[in-house]
Write a protein that binds this ligand. Structure first.
Ligand code: ADP
Length: 922
């Protein structure tokens, strides 16, 4: 029988046993209820009705008495009678009911008796009522006293019928109650017996069931308790399965649970072990990583790391290499070691890829060595040494870039957890190295910036000081400004005065140059005819002059030329002073200069019996740029002086590159240029020291006495000096009295002649081969004039028959020119001014050439030429202008006005004839 069935049966029979006393109880209770109903409803009602009859009868007896004794008026009598009737009715109704419900014969008999007696009593009552109504109160009273007592005793007296009935009913009731009590006690007794029996039976079943269940459970409990007391174990006790019931199932489940638990315990143990390892790992990592959190340099960091990490991972030997670079070359440098033996250091540095360390860094890969040979390295202690069993080389990387390498060796073997620790620690080391490197950089920058800040601060302080100084200075300036403002006002006033003066000066200078120009013109014009005519006379064409007369004429010609030279000098000087001297730079050939000067002065030298040499030194440029005419003017002046002041010996012109440094002179060219020197040396009289400066002044000579031996105006050197300055150079003098003098002209020249040409706007192609030198009757020309004139005679036949018009207001000029031209058979026409000239042209269209003066009354030369050029047939007519050469731009003005060519006054006959020849043959 299984455990469940046992329990069902036990508790079922228990329930059944409890149902029996319950049934008995119910029947007893219903019996009791019936008895009680009988007592309560039937018996009690009968007693109550008997009591009611008794009470009403008693009331009526009292009413009757009151009716007779108390009620005197009609109304109260009526009222009382109504009360009596009311009670009578109640009593009769109760009596009728009672009669109906009584069953027993004795009770029935008593009820009938009471009925009969009640009817007699009612008659009696009615009799009394009638007496009272009719006023026979005494009769009524007698009646009442006589009979009422008898009725009362029969009905409700101590032996009355109502009393008897009542007692009978009460007796019956009391019997019923006793009967009920008896059956109640009976029932209780039976009930108790059944309950006790049921309990005993139930307990028996329970004990049996519990005993059969607990014995099996106990076995399981013992096994479980054993498990509990043993705690988690690899092996747990098992319960022997002896039944197939629920307990058997429990035992089976327990055994399964035990197996599961064993499994669980195993897993738990493994888990705990891993947990422990992880904890160890984490705590070590945490310890190591906190250790170098504040480290600020790589050396300390590496030492800390290797010293902590090596023992923790069970290493006995270690080295830390840092990737460093020098001049773009990377290598691994050993910066920290652990238990290192100096004898082991084969190489503290490795290139990338060199050795296993270098290879590890190159490949960014862990290298592990097992089976290490005895002589590889040895781990030493004081007591002995042994080769390591395991070597591990780890790269340290950050963002894929290897930063360092760690090499560790151990006598044991690195277990996985140690390797993991190594790996995890090193994976964080990259960041730390990067941080330290960054920190070091930042530190460096910070230091630099601190230095800068300090410098800035110093500068700021300096600035502040300067600012303050400036402020003071400003204040001073302010004062000065006020002062200078005052000054400025004063100066402004002075300036106004000065400006007035300046304009006056300018006016003066203009007057002066105008005066000079006019004077020059005025002097040249008479000089022109004088020279021409003197030349004609000296030529003595007709041979009608005596030898003496010819000599006079020649003297006049020579003096005239001197005078002309003086005029030219004065004009030059005034121009130079007024800054109006024009300079026309162009390419000059040194060779040409040499040739020209040789031609000019060799005859003079021969005449004086002096040797004359011109030297061009080595290293000279072929050409250089300057105003050729001005240069020649200076050189001619210097050479003329040399020949003038030298009686015997030699004159030497030496041209070279200047060798001196001119620190004492104001030089108006830049450093890229160099100087050319033109030295004119003679062996003449020389110049005393104290006169060296003076002779460069105007109108001054070394021999200033009236009895001086040599002529001259004293203008030549001062003009030369001024021209030299105008050309950007200067003149130096070296001389000793009685031994000779050397005048040296220094002129700048550009090394790069092409650039210079470009700068000057001069085209090299345009340069003339020979210097263009116009020499209007220079001092040297005097001697061979006669010869030249003769030569003309022979070669001017082509002039014969030509028609030339001279337009000039100065008749002396016209005369002299006419004489010269007519001598060659020219037909000469003349006009006094431009207007007349044009008229003459109109009248004589066959005129071959016009000689046009410029300064004329009525219509001047410019206007006349312009008008001529407007006339169609004279567009190409040769017109030669005769200029005074006084002003800078006279020549240009002539050409602009339409002149074919020009010639300056006083006219050189030879030159004029050549020009005419050129233009007539064009
Ligand atoms: P001048 O027309 O009088 O020669 P310069 O100005 O040319 O005027 O010269 C001024 C003076 O310098 C001369 O009068 C002379 O006394 C002196 N002088 C110039 N050149 C020489 C020289 N080569 N030898 C000696 N004295 C010279």
């Amino acid at each position: 029988m299984d455990f469940k069935t046992k329990l069902y049966m036990g508790f079922g029979s228990l329930l059944l046993l409890m149902m029996i006393p319950l049934g008995i109880g119910f029947s007893i209770i219903s019996q009791l209820k019936n008895s009680m109903d009988e007592v309560m409803i039937v018996r009690y009602e009968k007693v109550r009705l008997a009591d009611l009859v008794n009470d009403e009868t008693y009331k009526i007896s009292r009413y009757l008495r009151d009716l007779i004794l108390l009620d005197n008026d009609k109304d109260s009598v009526q009222k009382r009678i109504e009360q009596i009737e009311n009670s009578r009715e109640n009593s009769l109704t109760a009596l009728n009911t009672l009669d109906k419900i009584v069953i027993r014969p004795q009770a029935k008999k008593l009820t009938s008796q009471i009925k009969l007696m009640s009817i007699s009593y009612i008659d009696f009552q009615k009799e009394i009522e009638a007496d009272v109504k009719d006023g026979r109160r005494n009769d009524a009273r007698h009646l009442l006293l006589a009979s009422d007592q008898k009725f009362r005793d029969q009905l409700y007296g101590s032996n009355g019928s109502i009393k008897k009935l009542k007692e009978l009913e009460e007796q019956t009731m009391s019997d019923l109650v006793d009967q009920a009590r008896h059956s109640y006690q009976q029932a209780i007794r039976i009930y108790s017996i059944f309950i006790i029996l049921g309990l005993l039976f139930g307990m028996g079943i329970i004990i049996l069931s519990i005993r059969s269940i607990t014995s099996n459970i106990n076995k399981v409990t013992v096994a479980i308790n054993k498990v509990a007391s043993l705690g988690p174990r690899d092996e747990l006790p098992r319960v022997e399965i002896f039944t197939q019931d629920a307990i058997g199932e429990i035992a089976k489940a327990f055994n399964e649970m035990a197996s599961a638990l064993e499994e669980q315990v195993k897993k738990q143990k493994m888990y705990n072990k891993t947990l422990q390892e992880q904890n160890w790992l984490k705590s070590k990592i945490a310890k190591i990583s906190t250790m170098y959190s504040g480290v600020k340099d790589l050396q300390t960091f590496a030492s800390l790391l290797i010293n902590k990490l090596t023992p923790v991972v069970g290493g006995n030997y270690g080295a830390f290499y840092m990737l460093e670079s020098q001049e773009e070359r990377y290598y691994l440098s050993q910066i920290a070691v652990y238990a290192f033996d100096k004898r082991d250091i084969t190489c503290p540095n490795f290139q990338l890829g060199e050795g296993l360390v270098g290879q590890c860094a190159l490949e960014n890969r862990i290298i592990t060595l097992t089976q290490i040979p005895d002589n590889y390295i040895r781990i030493n202690s004081g007591l002995g040494s042994a080769p390591p069993k395991n070597i591990i080389i780890y790269p340290v990387e950050f963002e894929g870039q290897v930063l360092a390498v760690l090499e560790l060796a151990t006598l044991e073997e690195f277990n996985p957890i140690q390797q993991e620790l190594l790996e995890q620690v090193l994976s964080n080391v990259g960041i730390t190295i990067d941080r330290i490197v960054n920190y070091m950089q930042v530190e460096k920058l910070l230091k630099e910036s601190q230095v800068l800040t300090e410098e800035l601060q110093t500068q700021a302080e300096e600035l502040q000081i300067q600012q303050e100084e400036l402020k003071t200075f400003n204040e001073k300036l302010d004062e000065q400004y006020k002062f200078s403002h005052q000054r400025a006002v004063e100066l402004e006033n002075i300036k106004v005065v000065l400006e007035e003066k300046a304009s006056q000066l300018e006016l003066n200078s203009r007057y002066k140059s105008e005066f000079l120009s006019n004077m020059s013109h005025e002097l040249r014009t008479p000089l022109n005819s004088l020279l021409i005519l003197a030349q004609m006379l000296a030529e003595n064409d007709n041979s009608n002059l005596t030898h003496k007369q010819v000599e006079y004429a020649e003297t006049i010609l020579s003096s005239g030329r001197d005078l002309l030279s003086l005029i030219n000098d004065i004009l030059d000087l005034s121009k130079a002073e007024a800054g109006k001297m024009d300079v026309c730079p162009r390419v000059v050939k040194l060779k040409a200069i040499q040739e020209f000067l040789k031609r000019q002065y060799l005859p003079v030298a021969i005449q004086k019996g002096i040797t004359f040499t011109i030297q061009l030194k080595n290293g000279l440029p072929e050409t250089f740029i300057t105003d050729e005419q001005r240069l020649l003017q200076i050189l001619k002046n210097l050479l003329s002086n040399a020949f003038k002041f030298t009686e015997q010996g030699s004159v030497l012109l030496s041209i070279r590159k200047a060798e001196k440094r001119f620190t004492d002179k104001q030089i108006l060219f830049d450093n890229a240029s160099t100087m050319l020197s033109f030295s004119v040396s003679d062996t003449g009289v020389g110049i005393p020291r104290d006169k060296h400066i003076m002779i460069f002044e105007e109108f001054r000579q070394a021999d200033g006495t009236t009895s001086r031996k040599y002529g001259g105006s004293g203008l030549g050197l001062s003009i030369s000096n001024k021209i030299a300055m105008l050309l950007g150079g200067f003149i130096e003098l070296e001389s000793e009295e009685g031994k000779g003098s050397t005048f040296t002209l220094y002129l700048p020249y550009s090394l790069d002649s092409i650039t210079a040409e470009a700068a000057l706007g001069v085209e090299a192609a345009a340069e003339p081969d020979e210097p263009v030198i116009d020499e209007p009757g220079e001092d040297n020309a005097g001697e061979d004039n006669a010869g030249a004139a003769m030569a003309i005679d022979h070669h001017r036949d082509w002039l014969a028959g030509r028609k030339i018009l001279i337009v000039d207001d100065d008749l002396r000029n016209v005369f002299s020119l006419t004489v010269v031209l007519e001598k060659h058979g020219v037909k000469v026409l003349f006009a006094e001014n431009g207007k007349e000239g044009i008229n003459a042209l109109r009248e004589n269209p066959d005129i071959d050439l016009v000689l046009m003066d410029i300064m004329m009354p009525e219509m001047d030369g410019y206007e006349a030429m312009q008008t001529i050029r407007q006339i169609h047939e004279y567009e190409t007519l040769p017109v030669i202008a005769l200029t005074a050469k006084a002003m800078k731009n006279d020549r240009e003005k002539c050409i602009d006005a339409g002149a074919s060519d020009y010639i300056s006054k006083p006219v050189n006959v030879e030159q004029l004839l050549s020009l005419i020849q050129v233009w007539l043959y064009k």
